[in-house]
Each structure stands twice: as structure tokens, then as C-alpha cells.
Design a protein. Structure first.
Lengths: 318, 311
């Protein structure tokens, strides 16, 4: 269903602006979509367990700022070290969420709402509110994510690796299948011997880990780090997931849907200037698109109607 | 630790004592009343949001509704509509936006978090589409009184409105059958439906009221800052939810009190005011809010773990 809508949309845009289907434009689309796709994927892990991670954008900003400051202080820092720092920092931030959620058993939405403010404030704390601008970064720092191997930018390759890893985890690994079980029915999952705290810890460490890496990629791609980096991005990742049919109630969602959802959002956001729509319309159109997509998705589900009374009235009308 | 409200009262007193020790300007009636203006609009939305969260829903679109309503009254003001008309238009528009949320949620059975993420983009997006990088800054004479005016030169009108609304909401939630039904549907929506509560109708009206008061807050905020920009009140939805959770309302629904939320409003408000007097930059407040939110929820849970539960 979503594939059909996507095709129709791409076609409509291509008719208005043939340049949209040019190699250069598609390349930008893939690079822009990569960060959203990988972040939506880890957001989906949290959503599948019935949780949510609202802190990912703040983690990205904090890790991005930390690596930017490091790069300013040591312009010659090797890229491998930058990547290692961002992964380690992201993992640490994710582990804080995980510990609060898995060990203390706080609701994920409350924990990540709190750490979201906390991490965002910390960006200000470490940077003193200042920006790190394009000319202050080390050359290697900025070049790596947008350099190309086999024609695609490194951002795209990294996203591809994350996506393949996500697919393997969710479909071919026990640790991934457990997440569906937990989201579907957590008490049943416990009875069959799934270690819930351990699984939740894993999920939030993973979202943190990938947020850290994405934070570096984001800052390097846009060549600027400031307190508001990626502000509001956490809700974009949730939006991509729900467009792709992931349920925020848990237990449902797949890699393909999530990718299509991300593609949908990125295409809408990127194509507007090409078809001569003012960029100020972006937000309204993506909001309308999110609503349209979830309404379409919900029609398929509504029939299952959990509530007996609902089914009874449906029968009467039938 | 028996009652969360007790903890909040102690916290509030502690903050006030520390503030008055740290700054000679804190314990000044004018300053205190003045400081409430910084959080009254959020506090007004926190009242219906408490009901929404107790009913096991959430509304992320309130800040976007503010931007939408403010854009509408900014535009109406350029057409020469008077203060009363603007106030009414703002509330009506907010009500409509809230009803739109409620209709989508109950009609299509989509989770409220999903719908309001969408309408959050939609409502604020409309504001961007109308204004772009412009702003509305001209309002009729007397409009500034709404958000800046005071009774006897002391008590802000906004605070009086908040106080009246707080009483109304507290009575409705804790003293009427409507309130009991909200707790029932927050605890177990299916059971509530089987016991004959019109669950969807209640949810629809909760979102509508939430929208209406967001519209009211929009009129106050616009009047107070004297300008409409599409990015106004950004991320207020999370501030409002944080204050509700800090007030002891369970995010899973079915549990919480309005006095708790009202206390939490003042705890955060006085904390912000105190930090401001000590020249701490505003964003540091976000660290404090975040920490407070986590500690406030974590500590009771940890204590529950350590202290064996009495049977």
C-alpha cells in the first residue's frame, strides 16, 4: 500500500519536475534520508517493545557537539578515533536511559523526556552556548561522511550497514524476536523466560549507540554544531515509523515499513522546492502527510476491533 | 513519602527559603506576582493536560495550537478586530483544533500520541505557511492588558484566570462523576466501556477542552509578548507534560491529582525564577527540569524496591 503511494508520489513529482529523477538529486535524497532511516530504525526497536526514545535527538546534539569541540581542539584527530568517541559516548548516554528503564522500571517516555532536557542542556553546558562553525573543524572530520566509496557517500553506506544489522537482529536473531514478544505481551514474554530488563537495556543502548554515530554524521554533514542541532528530530523518527506501520503500542513493525516511512518523509521534504512550493509549507504538508498515512494504515487495523461492542454494531450494519 | 503532594510542598518551601537566602529580590510581593507570568500560560494548559494524561492519552500538539491561534488573531488584528473578538477567536480556533485531534483519535482509533505528532506539524506548519519568516506585531489598543494587565497593580489577570480554572478543574476531577469516570477509563478503558462509560465521547471532549485552553493560553501569550511568530512556544508541549508528571500523575493513566500538578507548577516556576535571579542562563533550566523529572519518578520506585512492601 505504502509502496504504491510512494510510487505515485515519485511519479507525480517527476512529472512536475523531471530534474527530481536525476542522479544528482537522487544522490542528495539518499544522503539526506540516510540519517533519518538509521535513526528511525533504532526508534522502531524502542517502539516494538512498547517504549519510545525521545532523547535521541538530544543525544545526537550532545555527541555531535563533543566531537566538534574535540575536532576544533585537535584538527588532526583521525576519523577512526572520532567515530570511536561518538559510538562510546552514544552508548554511555543510551545506557543511562537503559538503566533507568530496565533497572528502576520507569516508563520509557518519562525517562527519555527527562534525559532529553538533560542532554540538551548539557550541550549548552559543554559548548557555553557557542557554535562550532565550518572553518573550525578538522578537514578529516568534515570530509569522511560525505566522501564516496563506490559512488555512494559514507553516510549512505553506514546507514546501509545499520539497516542490514537491524534486519538481521529483528528477523534472524533471538534477541530481536524477543523484542516483538515483549511488545506484544510482556507478561507472557516473562513467563516464557525472556529476560525483560536485559532486553530493554539492550534496546536503549542500541538507540544510544546509533544516535552517537548519527550525531557525528549530522554535524559533519551540515558543518555546524550548536545547541539546537537536530531539534525536534526525535519526533520525525517516530513519524517515519508510524507512517511505516510501526505501532506505538508495541509488538508490530518491520524494517521495510520503517524504511518506506523514512523515504516518504524525506521525499516530501526534499521535493517541495523542486515543484515550486515555498519551503515554509514543508511542515504543514508533512503533518498532513503523517495524518493521511496513519489514517490509511488504521483502516486495515480497525476491522480487528478489540472491543466486542464495536464488533456487534459492525455486524448490525452489515 | 506517603503522599506525593507532601513532598512537593516541602520541595516548594525549600526552594523558596533557598531563593530568599540567595537573593534579596526574591521575597518581594511585586516580584513574586510578576514572576508568575512566565509560567501561567503553561500552567493553564497543564490543567486539561492532567485530565488527558489521567485518561491514558497524551497531547503533543498544544504548543502548535498556540502558534496556530496566535497566527489567526494576529491576522484578525490586521483586519481591525477588537480585543474581545481576538480573545474569542483564539479560544474558538483552539477548540476547533482540539476537536480535530479528538475526532481523528476516536473516529479512526489511532493512538493519541501518533495523531498529535501529526497535528503538531500540521498546526505549526500552517502558521509557518501563513507567516514564513514574518511576524505579526500590531494589535488593537488594550490588547496588551490581557497578558500584561494586573488587578490593583499587583495580581496579573492571567494568574486570576488560572486560579479560577484550577478550582473548576479540581472540582470536576475530584468531586464529580466526570472525574471518577476519567480515572476509570485511565485505569482500564475496556472495563470502563463495559461498565457503560462513553469512553470515546469523554476522550473527544478532553482533547477539545485541551485545545480550547491552549487557545486561551495563545491569546495571553500573544498579548504578553506582543508578537506572533511561527516558532513561538516551541517545545512547550514537553514542558507541560513534564510538569504534569512531576505533579505525580502516572503517564500510564488512571492515577494523579490536580493539587499535585498545581504544586508542581509552582515548584518549577519558583525554581526558574530563583535561578533567573541568580543569573543562571535559561537553558540550564532544562537540565534542572530533566533531573527533577527523573529523580522525582525514580526515588519512589527505588524506595519501593528497597523497603519491603507492607501487606
Amino acid at each position: 500500500m505504502l509502496i504504491a503511494i510512494l510510487c505515485a508520489m515519485v511519479m507525480a513529482i517527476a512529472v512536475r519536475a523531471p530534474v527530481f529523477l536525476s542522479a544528482a538529486s537522487l544522490d542528495t535524497l539518499i544522503t539526506d534520508g540516510s540519517i533519518l532511516a538509521m535513526m528511525a530504525l533504532v526508534q522502531m526497536l524502542a517502539l516494538i517493545t512498547g517504549g519510545i526514545d525521545l532523547s535521541i535527538a538530544a543525544s545526537m546534539a550532545l555527541v555531535g557537539m563533543a566531537t566538534a569541540l574535540a575536532s576544533r581542539a585537535h584538527p588532526g584527530m583521525p576519523v577512526a578515533l572520532t567515530v570511536a568517541i561518538s559510538l562510546a559516548m552514544g552508548l554511555g548516554l543510551g545506557a543511562i536511559n537503559g538503566a533507568l528503564i530496565a533497572a528502576i522500571r520507569m516508563p520509557p517516555i518519562v525517562v527519555t523526556l527527562g534525559t532529553m532536557s538533560l542532554y540538551r542542556g548539557a550541550v549548552f553546558l559543554v559548548s557555553g552556548g557557542a557554535w562550532v562553525n565550518a572553518h573550525e573543524f578538522g578537514p578529516g572530520y568534515l570530509a569522511f561522511p560525505t566522501d564516496r566509496t563506490l559512488g555512494l557517500t559514507h553516510i549512505a553506506w553506514i546507514a546501509a550497514i545499520v539497516i542490514v544489522a537491524g534486519h538481521v537482529l529483528l528477523n534472524h536473531a533471538r534477541a530481536g524476536r524477543e523484542l516483538y514478544a515483549l511488545g506484544g505481551n510482556s507478561s507472557a514474554a516473562r513467563y516464557v523466560g525472556i529476560d525483560e530488563p536485559r532486553a530493554l537495556m539492550r534496546v536503549y543502548c542500541l538507540t544510544g549507540l546509533v544516535s552517537g554515530l548519527a550525531g557525528y554524521l549530522w554535524v559533519a554533514r551540515y558543518a555546524v554544531a550548536y545547541t539546537e542541532t537536530a531539534l525536534g528530530f526525535e519526533l520525525q523518527t517516530v513519524a517515519a515509523c508510524v507512517i511505516g506501520g510501526v505501532s506505538t503500542a508495541g509488538g508490530k513493525g518491520g524494517v521495510l515499513g520503517c524504511l518506506l516511512g523514512a523515504a516518504f518523509l524525506v521525499i516530501i521534504l526534499n521535493s517541495l522546492p523542486m515543484i515550486d512550493v515555498s519551503p515554509f509549507w514543508q511542515m504543514a504538508i508533512s503533518g498532513a502527510a503523517i495524518l493521511a498515512a496513519v489514517i490509511v494504515n488504521s483502516r486495515g487495523e480497525a476491522r480487528r476491533g478489540k472491543v466486542i461492542l464495536q464488533r456487534a454494531t459492525a455486524k448490525e450494519t452489515a | 513519602m506517603k503522599r506525593w503532594e507532601t513532598v512537593l510542598v516541602i520541595l516548594l518551601i525549600a526552594i523558596c527559603v533557598i531563593n530568599s537566602l540567595a537573593s534579596p529580590y526574591f521575597l518581594d510581593v511585586h516580584n513574586l506576582f510578576d514572576s508568575t507570568q512566565a509560567f501561567t500560560e503553561k500552567a493553564i494548559i497543564a490543567l486539561p493536560m492532567t485530565l488527558v494524561i489521567i485518561g491514558r492519552d497524551i497531547d503533543l500538539s498544544v504548543a502548535a495550537i498556540i502558534a496556530l491561534c496566535s497566527t489567526l488573531i494576529g491576522w484578525l488584528a490586521t483586519l481591525g478586530v477588537g480585543t474581545a473578538g481576538l480573545l474569542a477567536a483564539s479560544v474558538v480556533a483552539g477548540t476547533a483544533a482540539g476537536a480535530f485531534n479528538g475526532a481523528l483519535i476516536t473516529r479512526f482509533r489511532i493512538q493519541s500520541i501518533v495523531v498529535t505528532i501529526g497535528t503538531m506539524s500540521l498546526f505549526r506548519g500552517i502558521s509557518y505557511a501563513v507567516l514564513g519568516d514574518q511576524a505579526y506585531t500590531s494589535y488593537p489598543d488594550g490588547f496588551d492588558e490581557l497578558g500584561q494587565g494586573t488587578l490593583w497593580g499587583l495580581v496579573p489577570y492571567e494568574l486570576i484566570v488560572f486560579a479560577i480554572l484550577a478550582i473548576v478543574f479540581t472540582v470536576v476531577l475530584h468531586r464529580t462523576v466526570i472525574g471518577r469516570r476519567l480515572f476509570a477509563l485511565g485505569n482500564n478503558p475496556d472495563a470502563a466501556r463495559y461498565s457503560g462509560i462513553a469512553v470515546d465521547a469523554h476522550r473527544f471532549w478532553l482533547f477539545t477542552v485541551n485545545g480550547a485552553l491552549s487557545g486561551l493560553a495563545a491569546a495571553f501569550l500573544t498579548s504578553r509578548i506582543g508578537a506572533t511568530r511561527p516558532n513561538m512556544a516551541t517545545s512547550w508541549e514537553l514542558d507541560v507534560i513534564a510538569v504534569v508528571v512531576l505533579g505525580g500523575v502516572s503517564i500510564q493513566g488512571g492515577r494523579g491529582t490536580l493539587p499535585g500538578v498545581i504544586l508542581a507548577v509552582f515548584v518549577l516556576g519558583m525554581l526558574t525564577f530563583g535561578l533567573g535571579l541568580m543569573n543562571v542562563p535559561g537553558i540550564m533550566m532544562s537540565i534542572v527540569t530533566g533531573l527533577l523529572l527523573i529523580v522525582a519518578i525514580a526515588v519512589p520506585l527505588v524506595i519501593q524496591r528497597i523497603v519491603p512492601r507492607r501487606v
